[in-house]
Design a protein around this ligand. Structure first.
Ligand code: ADP
Length: 316
């Protein structure tokens, strides 16, 4: 449904996006994840026809964003980020704003009221339709932003930071709303917060300094980053860290081994670099050296750790 190929965008000499490619299948939710300034908004603006790319191409439902901008606009709903939340006219009432946007989008007069009510229904804002947007809570402003994006009943929704500035309860509500809309619609959302995309999206594209550093499902991404799992072993008594490092270092398929002394225990954290389960080897090595294992725990790298590994590679 969405096809982005070798997309680049320079603002004068400033590189904002370089050689980014990805696809999104119908009904999927794709998360564009990256720190501020990574290039997420730029990609979204190219997809919505706001900006022309410097290089590469993007297609929505088979239509090129540069060659067929009108066909593209018909099929997408865009919620853009403003200074204090979604870009809306804060002095208008909810209904008059939605009516204004519906006119801009070319909704025929006879259908307009019905279209607006449907969008308000989907986003749960009927009760506030006569309120001034500027006086609504952040959660409701975000819903109005979603409602205006839905007015042309788009196949594709592009949502820039849909949960920024919301409190935890509002975040859960907006997330649910977005999830409910997928399936029928294809969605791209951006965020600089990892758990956010992990919880909402089927697929994640990580952007850093304008380039794509990873693309995967959430589970795959964790697994890929340096083999994925880490194992924590607590040994009774204090062993010499160098000895522990040396002995465990002999096991094949181990990434880094970190040893620290905590309280009266030796704590070892090892990262797997292959796909093999290394717990048995860790056990055997301990027995051979007469170390008593008090605890052994296996855990996946958190997506935060994965993200750090992927985005800080150059500086390491
Ligand atoms: P994100 O949405 O990930 O925060 P942006 O796409 O907004 O990132 O920005 C990517 C880079 O492009 C940043 O370095 C930003 O300063 C720059 N940039 C964005 N918009 C413009 C513009 N209109 N003119 C010049 N530089 C811009």
């Amino acid at each position: 449904m969405i096809e982005v190929k070798n997309l680049s965008k320079f603002y004068g000499p400033t590189k904002a996006v370089e050689d980014v490619s990805f696809t999104v299948e119908k009904g999927e939710i794709l998360g564009l994840l990256g720190p501020n300034g990574a290039g997420k908004t730029t990609i979204m603006r190219i997809l919505t026809g706001f900006f022309q790319p410097t290089g590469g191409s993007a297609k929505i439902a088979g239509f090129d964003v540069v060659e067929d901008p009108l066909e593209v606009k018909k099929r997408i709903g865009y919620m853009q980020e403003g200074q204090q939340g979604p870009a809306l006219y804060y002095e208008m009432t909810v209904y008059s704003f939605l009516d204004f946007v519906a006119q801009l989008k070319g909704a025929p007069k006879k259908d307009r009221n019905r279209t607006i009510h449907k969008a308000m229904e989907l986003t749960g804002i009927k009760d506030v339709k006569d309120r001034i947007i500027g006086r609504l809570s952040s959660g409701y402003k975000q819903r109005v932003g979603l409602a205006q994006a839905l007015l042309n009943d788009p196949e594709v929704l592009i949502l820039d930071e849909p949960t920024r500035g919301l409190d935890p309860k509002q975040i859960i509500e907006i997330r649910q709303l977005i999830k409910n809309m997928a399936g029928e619609r294809t969605i791209i959302l951006s965020s600089h917060i990892l758990p956010e995309v992990a919880m909402t999206c089927n697929k994640i594209v990580i952007i850093d300094k304008g380039t794509k550093v990873a693309e995967d499902t959430q589970e795959e991404l964790s697994r890929k980053a340096e083999g994925g799992d880490s194992v924590l072993v607590k040994l009774k008594g204090k062993q010499e860290p160098e000895d522990v490092e040396k002995e465990y270092g002999k096991i094949k398929g181990l990434g880094e081994v970190k040893v620290s002394l905590e309280g009266g225990l030796t704590v070892v954290k090892v990262v797997r670099s292959g796909v093999k389960d290394i717990r048995e080897e860790l056990f055997k090595t301990a027995v051979k050296n007469d170390w008593v294992i008090l605890e052994m725990k296996s855990s996946s790298l958190s997506l935060e750790e994965v993200f750090l590994r992927l985005t800080t590679k150059e500086e390491v």
